[in-house]
Each structure stands twice: as C-alpha cells, then as structure tokens.
Design a binder for this molecule. Structure first.
Ligand code: SAH
Ligand code: SF4
Ligand code: F3S
Length: 494
C-alpha cells in the first residue's frame, strides 16, 4: 500500500500491519515479482548538487548494505557524503528493531537531532530501516518527533528519490511504509567501498522464531534469481573485489521459494565457487536448513572459506521448542559433528540468547555445556528483549533481570576462555591474511583477517593494503592474533 500521510491526519493505524503471526503466516509463495529499476528519474538527477548527506546505520549487515544502496542513489542525484552532521543537508537514520536497546539508541539520536533541525530548518531528516516497519514506532515519531521529514520502510528504499522530492516540495511529513512484501527490486545503484562487498541473495524471513521481529520488519522470504546474483558477483570480481559476503536472514533457505526451478543454496555456492573472487562468505545460516549438499559443497573449499556462523540460540531442546527454532540440541550437535567431519579446520561462531521466558537454571546450564562441546571461536550473546507483537512477548517472562545479567556474564566468561584456547592452537601457524590497512591504534601495524575472519595484527608496509599475505602467528590473544609477516613462503592456509 502506498501512502503519503499529511502531518495533520492523526489516524495512521489503517496504514500499518502490526506484527501478527496469524496474518504473516498466510503469506503466499506465488506473488513474488522482480522489478528491474531504470535508474534515477531525469528531474532528480541533479537535485543534490552542492548538497551533502549523512546516513547513520544501526543493526545488521542487511542494513549496512541497504545503506550502500541509499548512498548509491543519493550520489546518483548529485549529493556528496559527509561525516559531520553540522555539514549535512540530509540525515537518514537507518534503524534496527531487533532489541529494545537498538531502538533506544535511535530515539536518543532523534533527541539530539531536534536542536539541529531547529537551527537549520532546511535540513531533511529521515528515519528508515526496520523500526519504520513498526506502527508503534511510526506513531511515536509522529507524536513526539514531528520535526522528522520522511519515514520510509524496508520495502520502500528504491523510492528514496521520489520521497525526497515530496519532502522538498511538500510541507508535510512524508510517510511511506509498504506492507506489501513480495517484491524484489534489481538494478539499484550501490556505493561499495574497500575490497569487501556484500551481496543480498534473499530478503525477508519466514522462520518466525517466537522472539524475533525480523519476519515482520523484513517481510516474507524471497530469493533473488540465481542469474541476477551470479551476474552481480561476476561484476564485483571484474571490479577487483577480494571478498564477498552473501547475505540473507536465513541463506540456506535460498531457492525454496522458486516455483519454476530447483536450485538450492548449495547449488548457488557451487556456482559462486567457480567465480574468480578469492574469498566467499555467507551469513546467516539456519541449522534447520543446513543440508548435506551444502556441507559437501563447502568442503570443496577453494574460495569458500572455513567459517560458518551457525546461530544456536539455546542449548536446551525445551527452550528451542518454545523459541520455535525447529531443531533440538541433539540435531544441532549432530549437524556440528557432520560439518567438523567434512571440514576439520572449520571455525564456528554463533548467536545465543539468555533469559528467554521461562529459562530455568538447568536449561541455561545446557547452553553452557553445548558451548563447551562445540567450542565456538566466538559468539554474539544477548539478553532476551521482548518485541511487541511477537509470540514470546506474550509468554511469562519470569527470569529476574539480575539472573539474566548473571547468566550473560557466565556465558561471556566461558566464551572468553574458549576463544583464547582456540586461538592458542594457532600459535606458530602460518595464516593467509587479507590486509585491510593500518590498525586503528598504531599506524606501523597492519590489520587484516584470516579466511576464518580472525583479526590479525602485524608489522608491515602500508602498500600491502588490499593484498593477501602470509603471517606467522606469534602471539595469539583472545580476540586478536599478533604475528609476523612471512616473505614469499608457501602457506598452510588456516
Ligand atoms: N537470521 C538470523 C538472526 C538475525 S537477528 C538467525 O536466525 O540466525 C541476530 C540475532 O539477534 C539472533 O540470532 C538472536 O540471537 C538475536 N535476537 C533476535 N531477536 C532477539 C530478541 N528479541 N532478544 C534478544 N536477542 C534477539
Ligand atoms: Fe529472526 Fe529466526 Fe528469522 Fe533469524 S531465522 S531472522 S532469528 S525469525
Ligand atoms: Fe536489526 Fe532489521 Fe537487521 S531488526 S538486525 S536491522 S534485519
């Protein structure tokens, strides 16, 4: 539904679909259409000349990549980037709704921007990203932050030029949040920087984990056509990118929505493997859909790196059931065993939520024991945060706050020990490093990443930036490997 709502009209509720599991589960598979954009309209091509933009990005890689698309469109309209908000003619907040603290940050920033907007009424302020898909957030912005000029949703990014036009020429707040969620927009400009690139292979999520807002903010699961994905990656290879991360909330569900062809994530990886890009990563994979075909393809290695981010969320089958993750502890551990057997030097990382409603001490202990068994190299750990409208928000949240914090601390302490031990195994090994540039703290020290995405610091000349080198690990630390550059020596790649 397309709508532009005048500031004075107070009833916005009819324009939104608040999170509703029942409604969202009715999603059809047949109405995905792919649109190929023709580029910026002629009347908008120079509208930004002499003006500057700033985009603040919150949340996951999906949002980071959406920001690249918006930068691409803004620069095609003549805008130039700035990092200084005092210097910006447009400021966009690309928001995240995953946990309450993510939302709090955005409202805090809006508070700061109010003064700026009062001083410079010509400044255009926009809010986009996942929070804009939530009706309660949009209402709150309308009521308490009425100085915002544009609100647009995750399905409306390609409409940015048109929305800007409305904001410039109209006097009212421009709100456009489509609840239609079946489309894929191709050919949007993207501003990529550096040597690494993100490529969306699919959008949305149909998993409906009971705690998670993403299926509502990002819409239904829909895969880009393989030919479009492969053409984009080939183009990035031609442009000299060294590393590509394939993006999706649930990448291994890729292709399941195609009605006219059988082509899975394993098939896609097998085709991407043949493209001349040194490193290919992907995020995020869901344990439920991790099939044997995918393991078999990943084991072929080459440019497919030995790192798998495999969120487990909990080590307790009972909690997993209430999270609706659709796998058990045993299934997850079997999968890990299978992966380790096929790829012995694999590095596994994960996401874990503590303090899910009803999580008992014993169930939390099961998470710790699973972490000890899998021995992850790192983990993103979170305290459960209720999200309005999700099924878990209606469950009794009987774990006291201090218990949640204590569990998080115990989990993080354990992860620190394991990460340190995992890195210690690399002492004396030679690793292949993609050099990203000078380290943040010392210009003489270069910083880069291994195939398994571990951070490496070593002394070397700046000219090595963007190149692959071999580094001997001399001082493994918990979250960093310190090493020495190895000259012209064949490496055992780790
Ligand atoms: N699609 C990915 C995850 C995307 S969100 C997957 O399924 O693995 C990233 C992580 O945020 C999740 O893995 C989960 O650990 C965490 N998360 C999501 N919703 C949350 C909530 N309501 N409270 C706390 N953590 C949450
Ligand atoms: Fe959220 Fe689950 Fe979908 Fe991941 S798979 S985005 S955690 S609903
Ligand atoms: Fe956040 Fe949306 Fe990503 S809620 S984690 S930005 S998909």
């Amino acid at each position: 539904m397309d709508k532009t709502i005048p500031k004075s009209d107070k009833d916005y509720s009819i324009y939104f679909q608040p999170p509703s599991l029942k409604e969202a589960k009715k999603r059809g598979k047949e109405d995905v259409s792919v649109h190929y954009e023709a580029g910026i309209a002629d009347d908008m091509k120079t509208i930004g000349v002499g003006k500057r933009y700033l985009i603040r990005t919150y949340g996951c890689q999906m949002n980071e990549h959406d920001t690249e698309v918006m930068k691409g469109m803004l620069e095609d309209m003549g805008y130039e980037p700035t990092e200084d908000k005092l210097d910006a003619d447009i400021i966009l907040l690309n928001t995240c709704a995953i946990r309450e603290n993510a939302e709090d940050k955005v409202f805090g920033e809006l508070g700061h921007l109010k003064t700026l907007k009062q001083e410079r009424p010509g400044l255009i302020l926009g809010v986009c990203g996942c929070m804009s898909q939530e009706e309660s957030v949009v209402n709150r912005i309308m009521q308490k932050h009425a100085f915002v000029d544009i609100i647009f949703g995750t399905h409306n990014i390609h409409r940015l030029p048109a929305l800007l036009k409305e904001a410039y020429y109209g006097k009212e707040m421009v709100v456009e949040v489509w609840s239609k969620e079946g489309d894929i927009i191709e050919n949007l400009p993207k501003k990529r920087e550096g040597m690494k690139a993100w490529v969306n292979i699919m959008y949305g999520c149909d998993k409906f984990c009971t705690y998670c807002i993403v299926p509502y903010t990002r819409g239904k699961e829909r895969s880009r056509r393989p030919e479009d994905v492969l053409a984009e990656i080939r183009d990035l290879a031609r442009k000299g990118f060294q590393e590509i991360t394939l993006l999706g909330q649930n990448v291994n569900a890729y292709g399941k929505d195609f009605t006219d062809l059988t082509y899975t994530f394993g098939d896609l990886m097998d085709d991407v493997r043949k493209i001349d890009i040194p490193r290919i990563r992907f995020t995020t994979s869901h344990p439920r859909d991790f099939d044997d075909r995918l393991i078999e393809v990943l084991a072929k290695k080459g440019n497919l790196v030995e790192h798998i981010h495999l969120p487990v969320q909990s080590g307790s089958t009972e909690v997993l059931k209430r999270m609706s993750r659709k796998y058990s502890r045993e299934h997850y551990l079997q999968l890990v065993a299978k992966i380790k057997q096929a790829i012995p030097d694999v590095m596994l990382t994960t996401d874990i939520i503590v303090g899910f409603p009803g999580e008992t001490d014993e169930q939390f202990e099961e998470t710790l024991s699973l972490v000890r068994e899998v021995r992850y190299d790192s983990a993103f750990t979170f305290i459960y945060s209720p999200r309005d409208g999700t099924p878990a928000a209606g469950m009794e949240d009987n774990v006291p706050e201090d218990v949640k914090k204590e569990r998080l601390k115990r989990l993080n302490d354990l992860m620190t020990v394991i990460a340190r031990e995992r890195n210690e195994l690399l002492r004396g090994e030679i690793v292949e490093v993609l050099v990203e540039g000078e380290s943040k703290t010392n210009p003489d020290v270069l910083s880069g990443r291994t195939r398994t995405n571990k951070l490496v610091h070593f002394y070397g000349s700046k000219e090595l930036s963007g190149r692959f080198v071999h580094v001997k690990v001399t001082e493994p630390q918990t979250w960093l490997l310190k090493g020495e550059l190895v000259q012209a020596q064949p490496a055992r790649v780790v």
